[in-house]
Structures are given as structure tokens and as C-alpha cells.
Design a protein around this ligand. Structure first.
Ligand code: SF4
Length: 385
């Protein structure tokens, strides 16, 4: 156990998740997520074991298809860990998964893709009733890159926090109204300042709902750990947060660093070892990269993220944000807000400038092309920034 029991905590509800308990003053649960293919049952079971051995109280798996769901259930029957399933658009898979897993995460922003004739309330009603029948908890997982489009339209384009917070509040209120309260909420962004603001706003209105904290696509260590630490210090020191994940871009054998980094951050906050400058301020290149998961389409992605970081060092005078993502599920959307974005397909890398596509390039050509684009961008800005 970490010394995080010394931390002040909001009086949140108890949410039972398998054999662990989130909220109600229980120790903050450290989570991680498998980056192996969910259908590779052997490899994924091994990674779950490694994450559990490192101290993960909950391990998440991505499930996008019926085949993934079948594999996840087989894995759940084999391993001892508490498993959380990460659903994307295929919300109906919750029905088959609920009886076999400890928790299911749905993303409000992904509910509108399938079966548009059903409104989101009906979909959530069904997910919640499957969860109740299957004795499973839920997470309402709101993500900056995939906020419900209706919410986005309701707010000015330069306000990315209000749509996230409103969406989370709306889903919490709806789940409560149908009598389902075994859920946690998360509001994630790749910018720690936005994570801080979104979670503070949510917690000020619903302090009793347990929050899962994380900075999404935090990137490679050590920067990814620093970004996450900045957000966690501000939130956990104020009693906000009952479970955490440190999302890092790591090769599979090192994935358990997410757990050890999380534990270290909690211990440091509990002991008062916090940074004096906790407001995340830019200055030089900001390289965002996703933590990788089973959806990664080419394992060269991790090395590419490292190479992009190395390349960016020659532009240390420039505030430039480059996002590197592992797949087509979240890559196209999550790169929109970066100055330059790369998302990886099996044999090529897609390059973007903001939301504009600049084309697809082989892995051995993408760095040269990226360098040209960085230089062009800096040239257009006309001065050192
Ligand atoms: S961008 Fe794709 S590969 Fe990376 S964590 Fe997100 S879903 Fe997984």
C-alpha cells in the first residue's frame, strides 16, 4: 500500500470493481492498460500478470469487435486481475462482456456512431442494465478528442473544457436518474492544465462521484510522467481523484512502468514532494504520444515517437506541439489540435497539419517530411516563439 492514505480525499461514493473498491476513502487504485492485441490471449494474459505484479488494481483491455470480446472473456476466466473493458463504438458488446468483467468503460462521444435511430439515453439505459445484471461497474470516460459532437456545437470553439464537463455531468445525472450509481467518471485531455480545470469543475458540482484521473497521450517518459504529475499534484492534493492511470508510450515489456510511475507520484504527493511550479507551461517542443494499446497498427510506432522527440530537440526555441498516435481509431481525431500530427497505419504514417491531411508516408520517409513541415511552420510564424 502506498502512503496515499495520508492524503485528503473528497467524500465520494463507494464503487465496487471486482475485488477492489474505488472511492469512499479507499486507497487510490492504480490502473494500467494492456497494449498487446486483445485477441492474443497468451500475450495479453502475461501482460495483465506483469501489470498486476507491479501493483495494478485494475487492468484495462480494448475491445472493438465480437472477436475481441470473446478473447477478453477467455482472458477474464484465466487471470486473477480485475479487468476493465474499454468500449469504443460497439456499445452492444457491453451485453456479452458485463457478466465476465469487473468494469466497462464507455465514451459518451462514441455512442452516436452506431444505430443512430436510438438516442444516447436509450443506449446508456441498456448498458447500465447489462452492467447491473452482470454485477459490473461502469466508467463514463469523456475524452478531449472525441467529445459528443452535440456538446461541442453548443460551446464556442475555443472552449474545450465546457463540452467535456457538461457531457460528463449529463451522463452522471442520467445514470443517477435510472437508479444506477455504480460508476466513476473520467475527463481526460493531453494538456494537464485542461485536465486540472475539467476535473476541478466536475468535482465542484458532483464531489460525491469518484473520479478516475489521467492525462491522455501523455507521451514518453520522463516528459509523460512530468505532465501527469503536474495534473495529479493539483487534483489529488485537493482531494480529487480515487483512481489513476499514468498513460505512457512504452514498449510492451516495459508497460508496468505506468504502475510504478503512478505509485511514485502518489507517494510523493502524500509526502509533500511536489513541484513548486505546478502550472504546466509550454516552452519549446511539446511532444504528445499515445500510451499505445492493442489497437496499435505497427509496433514501430513507439520508436517513431522517440525519433520525433529526438528530432524536435533541434527546435528547442519554438513552441510547437506534435502528436504521434498509434492507430486509426483515435489517431485522426486526437491529432487535430496539434500543430503537426502523425498517426500510424500498418505500413505508412499519416501526416497532418492541424486538422488538414498532408498525406501518407512510408515509415522510413516520415521523419524527413516531418522536419520539412516543422521548418515550414516555423518559417510561416516568422519569428522565434
Ligand atoms: S491512439 Fe490508438 S493505439 Fe494509441 S492508445 Fe489510443 S486507441 Fe490505442
Amino acid at each position: 500500500m502506498t502512503s496515499d492514505h495520508l492524503l485528503p480525499r473528497n467524500a465520494t461514493r463507494l464503487v465496487k470493481v471486482g475485488t477492489t473498491s474505488i472511492g469512499a476513502g479507499n486507497p487510490i487504485v492504480i490502473q494500467s492498460m494492456c497494449a498487446t492485441s486483445t485477441r492474443n490471449i497468451e500475450l495479453t494474459s502475461k501482460q495483465i500478470q506483469a501489470l498486476s505484479d507491479a501493483g495494478a488494481g485494475l487492468v484495462r483491455l480494448a475491445v472493438d469487435s465480437r472477436k475481441d470480446a470473446e478473447a477478453a472473456l477467455e482472458i477474464a476466466a484465466r487471470v486473477d486481475a480485475n479487468l476493465c473493458i474499454d468500449l469504443q463504438e460497439n456499445w452492444r458488446l457491453a451485453q456479452v462482456l458485463a457478466p465476465g468483467v469487473a468494469k466497462i468503460r464507455y465514451n459518451p462521444g462514441h455512442l452516436h456512431h452506431h444505430e443512430r435511430s436510438l438516442d444516447w439515453q436509450e443506449k446508456v439505459r441498456r448498458i447500465a442494465s447489462w452492467a447491473a445484471e452482470g454485477d459490473t461497474a461502469l466508467r463514463v470516460g469523456v475524452n478531449c478528442g472525441s467529445v459528443d459532437p452535440a456538446m461541442k456545437e453548443a460551446w464556442p470553439a475555443d472552449d474545450s473544457i465546457s463540452p467535456m464537463v457538461t457531457s460528463a455531468l449529463e451522463h452522471a445525472e442520467f445514470l443517477d436518474s435510472i437508479g444506477f450509481d455504480r460508476y466513476v467518471v473520467s475527463l481526460k485531455d493531453s494538456d494537464p492544465n485542461l485536465v486540472i480545470e475539467a476535473n476541478r469543475r466536475f468535482a465542484s458540482q458532483r464531489p460525491e462521484i469518484p473520479l478516475h484521473l489521467g492525462v491522455t497521450e501523455a507521451g514518453l517518459p520522463p516528459d509523460g510522467i512530468v505532465k501527469t504529475r503536474i495534473a495529479f499534484e493539483q487534483l489529488i492534493s485537493r482531494g480529487i481523484g480515487d483512481t489513476i492511470r499514468v498513460s505512457l508510450t512504452l514498449p510492451n515489456p516495459q508497460k508496468s512502468q505506468e504502475v510504478t510511475a503512478g505509485r511514485k507520484i502518489l507517494e510523493d504527493i502524500a509526502q509533500g514532494r511536489v513541484r513548486s511550479v505546478v502550472h504546466y507551461q509550454g516552452g519549446g517542443p511539446n511532444i504528445i504520444s499515445c500510451p499505445s494499446c492493442s489497437r496499435v497498427e505497427n509496433e514501430a510506432f513507439v520508436e517513431l515517437a522517440q525519433q520525433v522527440k529526438q528530432l524536435s530537440q533541434q527546435f528547442s526555441q519554438h513552441d510547437i506541439t506534435i502528436a504521434v498516435m498509434g492507430c486509426r481509431v483515435n489517431g485522426p481525431g486526437e491529432t487535430d489540435d496539434a500543430d503537426l500530427g502523425l498517426w500510424c497505419a500498418p505500413s505508412f504514417v499519416n501526416l497532418k497539419r492541424g486538422s488538414e491531411s498532408l498525406g501518407a508516408f512510408p515509415y522510413d520517409q516520415i521523419l524527413d517530411r516531418l522536419q520539412q513541415e516543422i521548418e515550414a511552420l516555423i518559417g510561416q510564424r516568422g519569428s522565434i516563439q
